[in-house]
Design a protein around this ligand. Structure first.
Ligand SMILES: [Zn+2]
Length: 98
């Protein structure tokens, strides 16, 4: 079973687009609450390394350059949740359970 990764590190990820609805803009989404529950941390800031906007939702991503195909959640702003390029994100990353 997949577990939380990059507890205090940086991971290269690529967002998984299309499989997940992002919900309404400005609404704190349920997956962000799952991330907070799993990590025991408040999701304050977007996890993208060079972005410091407030986290309003959980983005869904896979690790880049990896055979790990698990989908992971990380806190993101509206913009970064929709990015299609590879991103350096600060962990922890929480596996999606569904
Ligand atoms: Zn961001």
């Amino acid at each position: 079973m997949a577990s939380i990764i990059a507890e205090n590190g940086i991971t290269v990820v690529k967002n998984v687009m299309g499989n997940y609805t992002l919900g309404d803009t400005g609404e704190r989404d349920k997956r962000l609450i799952l991330w907070e529950t799993a990590t025991g941390r408040p999701a304050v800031e977007c996890a993208h390394e060079i972005c410091h906007r407030p986290a309003t939702r959980a983005a869904v991503a896979v690790r880049a350059f990896s055979t790990d195909h698990t989908h992971y959640l990380y806190p993101a702003c509206e913009t970064c949740a929709r990015r299609t390029e590879m991103l350096y994100v600060t962990g922890p990353l929480v596996p999606v359970k569904d």
